[in-house]
Design a protein around this ligand. Sequence first.
Ligand code: PLP
Length: 633
Amino acid sequence: SSLYKVDGWGGSYFAVNSSGNITVLPHGSETLSHQEIDLLKIVKKASDPRSCGGLGLPLPLIVRFPDVLKNRLESLQFAFDHAIQSQGYESHYQGVYPVKCNQDRFIVEDIVSFGLPFRFGLEAGSKPELLLAMNSLCKGSPEAFLVCNGFKDSEYISLALIARKLALNTVIVLEQEQELDLVIEISNKLCIRPVIGLRAKLRTKHGGHFGSTSGEKGKFGLTTAQILNVLKKLEHVGMLDCLQLLHFHIGSQIPSTTLLADGVGEAAQIYCELVRLGARMGVIDIGGGLGIDYDGSKSTDSDVSVGYSLEEYANAVIHTVQYVCDRRSVKHPVVCSESGRAIVSHHSVLIFEAMAASAYCAPTFSTLGLQYLVEGLSEEARADYHNLSAATIRGDNETCLLYTDQFKQRCVEQFKQGTLGMEQLAAVDGLCDLIGKTIGTNDAVRTYDVNLSVFTSIPDFWGIGQVFPVVPIHRLDEKPTVRGVFSDLTCDSDGKIDKFIGGESSLPLHELEGGHGSGGYYLGMFLGGAYQEALGGVHNLFGGPSVVRVLQSDGPHGFAITRAVPGPSCGDVLRVVQHEPELMFETLKHRAEELTDDDGNSVVTASVLETCLASSFSKMPYLVASSCGLNAM
Ligand code: PLP
């Protein structure tokens, strides 16, 4: 496990068992229940039709652990509760989950249900998100916040006001000054008194990749002058009491509590000023930014790590708000956060399979031999060849390095001019590989083909170069013998994973047991529960992965799959881009009927065509648990 740093990034949820498999501790290692679930067993049960009760779902597969989600939510709440209690803070913490991180219905419903005892709410950033949040919060605590962020048109604002009328604790957060006119106009028209928040553009700047939304030039929020205009306008229309919440967001993955405290301190001063200027303030919403340690390094100057724990984060927030408010004699506000990444990242694991690995080819020289190669070389290339040979025998690595590139370059030029054959060029490649291996510059990194689309399943890797922990989920009791990178199934050269945690450009891997093309080597991409599914596209028309929901159980395997959704069929993804699979099927059938061979028979019979296309086009059923196991629905 140390090779893959599982102890570092796995937090209290992932470990390696004595069989060398990754296990999941759904309630975290800090709880009394130390039940572990073997990930490989879940994968076999979900994907292998031959295993007992196997569901035969296609890979890649997302395995979700609602118990982990519950533990994350409770840990966040307890961290704030503890900070509040230990520091004598005179109000409470009441978080919201920003649904943009993962809008999956069951995740949102779980969060609302797990968060019921602590009035946990939701944050929406668009109309569809608002609709799903309204719907889900009907089962939440009546006090749970429904925070409405993002760009708002009159439809969005009407919907948010209706939500308030439906007794959902809705706050319309102004992101732009002009939204206020719409809020005033529509709330008057609908006779609904709104609760308004405003998003402040802080001067505090988060320097990492995710900090581009922060600072004076950030895309979102109101400047100091705009905030004053909002106050003036609200006072003018007799609605200053509606302004109750101050929001800010300095960016995701805040690396250190120093930066966090800086931002929270500035916001707390704005909060106190709003109180001084007559608003009926009650809540400070510190946005997202609670980070995840993807590489386990606990670094404070990296986009993929953070240098604090949940407890340290909560302590820093509560201490800073309290300090500022006490100095200004302002009543302590309710503290709200919009932590997304920190809540959902751990609970989803993406499983994929390495189907084939490029074998390391020992250089072969054609039957014609080296002599034939040398004879075909130009005078300069031949001189390079002799220098190279002599340097290799002497063990003079520097000269070897110098001449290898030059020699290869000259030979390629010769090939382009048509004076060197393909066999000779292959021999040149082989010779250079051999020399590279001899002097130790060629580490023979293999490429493993994996059944996955990076664009669909790990878009942040492709889009912003974010690395996630990727680890074989079994055979960890065997020493890996090769190093490799991954090539996905799309026909796009960016469809590869060649950067890993710890700054590595390849990963220690095992040989495929059944040889090339055998598959059966399963890998997991961890901590990808936030943003990846929400951002993933259908590049190359690869549909999303299959998804299973897994709960701990007392059964023989220690787990039960309570929901299974196969990835979309070809028909499903074709519909996304406006094709009509039924019509496509008819067109192809018609063509098959038209085309006959010399004897007048159809070139493809209708039944062959039907069999071939039916499974690709059909909509797969999805499965849910029933009292007697999984049933098709
Ligand atoms: N709130 C707002 C306004 C955001 O823009 C974001 C995302 O960047 C979040 C909350 C969630 O942030 P995080 O996932 O870092 O918790």
